[in-house]
Design a protein around this ligand. Structure first.
Ligand code: CTP
Ligand code: K
Ligand code: MG
Length: 180
């Protein structure tokens, strides 16, 4: 597969993992997941991780995966080799992305960072590690058929770039209070 094909597969396969964090920003609110609990004087996760944002983010990512499956027959006439999402992958990609983000908030609070503080590196890759990790565990066959080594390399390179870009746009549109 040429580089354009690899880029297309990487982007297509990761779309359901890219959307949840942005959807959570839009629909987040209400009770925090940690219920306000603290550990060593710091919040367990903080007010930035809510049930509503998490549920909405997973729903948005899974819905997008099903939408991509629906348009797959049309698109695959132009770009071959694009994966179809299994039902399990349609859930683990967005759920893993938010799990990674939640894990990152846990680490941020343990290292004394307040809600919204940047943690360079972790901020850009937490959700990739989470979504790929949860998917390889629950949908290994789909994972290895889709994420060949070149596709994985491209995912690890383009994801931080896309993440920085979309968050900057969301910040400029006043949807997000920090540009990361
Ligand atoms: N959000 C949510 N639930 C999630 C993830 C995000 O409700 N599981 C919403 C919150 O309103 C959050 C916003 O999306 O404030 C931005 O997400 P993020 O940048 O991940 O959270 P922060 O507020 O920056 O908090 P943290 O420092 O813990 O990352
Ligand atoms: K985050
Ligand atoms: Mg933030």
């Amino acid at each position: 597969m040429d580089i354009v094909g690899v880029l297309a597969v990487a982007f297509w396969a990761m779309l359901p993992a890219y959307v949840p964090n942005n959807a959570a920003v839009l629909v987040g609110g209400g009770p925090p997941i940690d219920g306000g609990r603290t550990w060593n004087g710091k919040r367990l996760l903080g007010d930035g991780k809510t049930w509503q944002g998490t549920a909405g983010g997973i729903a948005a990512g899974a819905a997008l995966a099903l939408l991509l499956n629906a348009i797959h027959p049309v698109v695959s006439g132009t770009v071959g080799g694009l994966p179809e999402f299994t039902l399990v992958a349609a859930v683990t990609l967005p759920a893993g992305a938010l799990l990674g983000d939640i894990g990152a908030s846990f680490l941020k609070r343990r290292t004394g960072r307040e809600r919204g503080a940047a943690f360079p590196g972790l901020d850009q890759l937490d959700f990739v590690v989470g979504s790929l990790g949860l998917t390889v565990v629950f949908a290994p066959d789909w994972f290895f058929a889709t994420f060949t080594v070149p596709v994985l390399v491209v995912v690890l390179v383009i994801t931080p770039v896309l993440h920085v870009g979309t968050n900057f746009v969301a910040y400029k549109l006043s949807l997000k209070s920090e540009p990361w």
